[in-house]
Design a protein around this ligand. Structure first.
Ligand code: ZN
Length: 153
């Protein structure tokens, strides 16, 4: 097995980091959540248009490493049309995947992030936008991967 960085930076991650999808502000967003990962310097805002419990549109803005950006790009593509419960369930699956490396067939392109589990410092990069999305579907707010530290805001 090749356990080096090539394994981490899979093609799908590199491609989404280079050409992120939904990388814009949604002017009609009714849910906004901000996520920060101070360890890496990743900083993103997730915008959602929700109709009741359903995500009608999703986008993000911000800056950070390739993994965090690719993760936010895939996230905002995947959660369109999903319900709050779907997003929360998917958060759980992504969290399991990036911490254990196990990905089942339902993960699709998200399986590209399974290799992150070998690099514990990068798990927070991969999961950051999911934390923000989970906060956004619940009403919005600010989340940090360093939950025990005082927030800057
Ligand atoms: Zn990062």
């Amino acid at each position: 097995m090749n356990d080096d960085l090539n394994d981490l930076y899979q093609e799908v991650i590199l491609e989404h980091a280079k050409s992120p999808r939904n990388f814009k502000v949604l002017p009609d967003a009714n849910r906004v959540a901000h996520g920060t990962n101070p360890l890496c310097g990743d900083n993103y805002t997730v915008y959602l248009v929700m109709d009741g419990d359903v995500v009608k549109d999703a986008s993000f803005q911000g800056s950070g490493c390739a993994i965090s950006k690719a993760s936010a790009s895939l996230l905002t593509s995947i959660i369109k049309g999903k319900t709050r419960a779907d997003v929360e369930a998917l958060f759980g699956k992504v969290h399991d995947m990036v911490t254990t490396g196990h990905a089942d067939d339902s993960m699709g392109k998200l399986a590209a992030f399974a290799g992150v589990h070998k690099f514990p410092a990068r798990v927070k990069c991969a999961i950051l936008s999911w934390h923000a999305a989970k906060a956004a579907v619940a009403g919005g707010g600010t989340v940090s991967t360093e939950g025990d530290e005082p927030k800057a805001e």
